[in-house]
Ligand binder design. Structure first.
Ligand SMILES: O=c1[nH]cnc2c1ncn2[C@@H]1O[C@H](CO)[C@@H](O)[C@H]1O
Ligand SMILES: [Zn+2]
Length: 371
């Protein structure tokens, strides 16, 4: 019996793992309105939560990463106190857990949250405390989730080494890795080589936003100069695969991989793909033509992610539902993406294995059996 496409409600029941989600791209619109009032921030485009949510989605739907990123001015503006950071982090954990996410890595840039006088350490500790609270509250509601933090440095700024040092300092209390984000064109990852080399010497983990708004050279630098463990997005990797026609479809048996895409597939380098976000920034023209279809068919280590739930008005279940509709993905595919994500998490091996064997596989077995 063909049960595809799967619905959002069905997918919400499935245990899922999320590797790429921005804390400042996932606030509840009503929370933004309340925090703005508390902190005296008067520049919001609307104080009606529904209207504000629509404003974020429409403004982010710009076809350009730079304009998409402008919307973060408002979320970051209301995340400048301990209380605000704790609340946003707690709600993030609760919202992800309610969507059936059992493991999440949530990222944010501490350097963007010091305008109200907090130190970088205070920012990090507030967010960690918020995640702890949110995980506890989710557990009380019957949703178990584990949240790890990635500390992001902004690629146009010059604080990456400092942020990388903090990622190492807080690694035993909830910070699991490091990332760089922000406008990609003009800011190659090698600008931050010092930070990446430091992390490598410290046996630490990091991912790099690459191949989203800029092409193959960015991916190549991220891997071969900086040593990234994973790639944020990586959609432009398809530029290194021949036999792809203009709408992204391909005869998989005829696809020819270039050196870089071969390397990525051979080394099982995880791709943190974010379909809706990519359509909004113009990195992909539609979900149906998104490179994820090809890369999954070619068995790259693809994972599915939300990027910014507020700007994309999405959840991880919604992303999977869109993919199920576009590509006919069923439970086996969802399990495959989820196991890929869990294998690629910045958690110790035994803990990844415990989640795969103790939570993810039994969860999918039950769903498949129920049909
Ligand atoms: O898709 C993306 N590409 C690059 N940068 C991003 C993306 N989404 C969010 N940010 C940037 O990351 C910062 C920390 O979370 C956000 O403030 C935003 O500027
Ligand atoms: Zn991102």
């Amino acid at each position: 019996m063909d049960t595809t496409p799967l619905t959002v409600d069905q997918i919400r029941q499935a245990p899922k793992a999320l590797l790429h989600d921005h804390l400042d791209g996932g606030l509840r619109p009503a929370t933004i309105v309340e925090l703005a009032a508390d902190q005296g921030y008067t520049a919001l485009p609307s104080t009606d939560p529904a209207e504000l949510g629509t404003w974020f989605a429409q403004s982010a739907d710009s076809g350009s990463l730079e304009r998409y990123l402008e919307t973060f001015g408002h979320t970051v503006a209301v995340m400048q106190t301990r209380e605000a950071l704790e609340r946003v982090a707690a709600e993030c954990a609760e919202d992800l857990a309610a969507d059936g996410v059992v493991y999440a890595e949530v990222r944010y840039a501490p350097e963007l949250h010091v305008d109200g006088g907090l130190s970088l350490e205070e920012v990090i500790e507030s967010v960690l405390e918020g995640f702890r609270r949110g995980q506890d509250r989710a557990a009380e509601q019957g949703n178990t989730i584990r949240v790890g933090t990635l500390l992001t440095a902004m690629r146009h700024a010059a604080r990456s080494r400092e942020i990388a040092e903090l990622a190492v300092r807080y690694r035993d209390v909830g910070v699991v890795g490091f990332d760089i984000a922000g406008a990609e064109a003009g800011y190659p990852p090698t600008r931050h080589l010092d930070a990446f080399e430091f992390l490598q010497r410290e046996n630490s983990h990091f991912t790099i936003h690459a191949g989203e708004a800029f092409g193959l050279p960015s991916i190549w630098e991220a891997l071969q100069w900086c040593g990234a463990d994973r790639l944020g997005h990586g959609v432009r990797l398809v530029d290194d695969i021949r036999g792809v026609d203009s709408n992204g479809s391909v005869d998989v048996s005829a696809a020819e991989l270039g050196r870089l895409s071969s390397y990525v597939r051979d080394k099982r380098i995880p791709l943190e793909m974010c379909p809706s976000s990519n359509v909004q920034t113009g990195a992909a023209s539609s979900i149906a033509t998104h490179p994820i279809g090809l890369l999954r068919a070619l068995r790259f280590r693809v994972t599915v992610n939300t990027d910014n739930r507020l700007q994309s008005q999405t959840t991880l279940s919604t992303e999977f539902a869109k993919l199920s509709e576009a590509f006919g993905y069923g439970w086996d595919d969802l399990q495959w993406f989820t196991v890929n994500a869990m294998k690629s998490a910045f958690l110790p091996f035994d803990e990844r294995l415990a989640l795969i064997n103790g939570t993810i596989k039994p969860g999918y077995a039950q769903l498949k059996w129920a049909i």
